[in-house]
Design a binder for this molecule. Sequence first.
Ligand code: GLN
Length: 218
Amino acid sequence: MVDRKLVEMKIGVLALQGDFREHLNILTALGAEARAVKLPTQLDGLDGLIIPGGESTVIGKLMVEYGLLTPLRACIASGMPIWGTCAGMILLARTTDNALAGQPLLATMHIHVARNAFGAQRESFAVPLTVPALVDPATPFPAIFIRGPAVLSADPTVEVLARLEDGTIVAVREGPLLGTAFHPEIAGDSRFHRYFLDVVRATVLDTVSTGFIVAPHG
Ligand code: GLN
């Protein structure tokens, strides 16, 4: 049995553009070792990664410039837990309704998204969202949407974590991959980050107990 407390989690936050600092602060406050990732070598040894909100076209372009696209795809293929928020979810989605021509994407999660589905920056809004998977599910999560994407459809392999009142899907999970259309890092509520850390912890413990990838000690 591995003691849960002994598993120290190292979480990267892709720091090419967007609001990565807020994620780093929350992760640190929750006791994880948080690392800003700009270079492929900074992915080494991570247990999980957050791709923040920002502008998916810019983040994708910088991923290519910094040589991160192939290493990130390898991380996904290895089963690393990755959480994309807003622009990050667009980058993770397998298909995007209105991606720019040639926009670099990780194109992995079995969801179909539409960019800017809720209008422009000045049409940003906050809604209390019911998310049964979070701790204290009776308390709605304050979800802040800033030019966010909507999930138009999801394959059966995808668990829908939250919908707006009109049924629009805004939070999803597919195994170790997590996607949210809104910005939990500015919500003043760390329950989504705690949820992601639980996914990471479960993945690390699974890896340790099944003996995969674990470097021998001593
Ligand atoms: N509309 C942006 C995009 O297409 C995402 C906005 C956000 O991350 N807040 O990438």
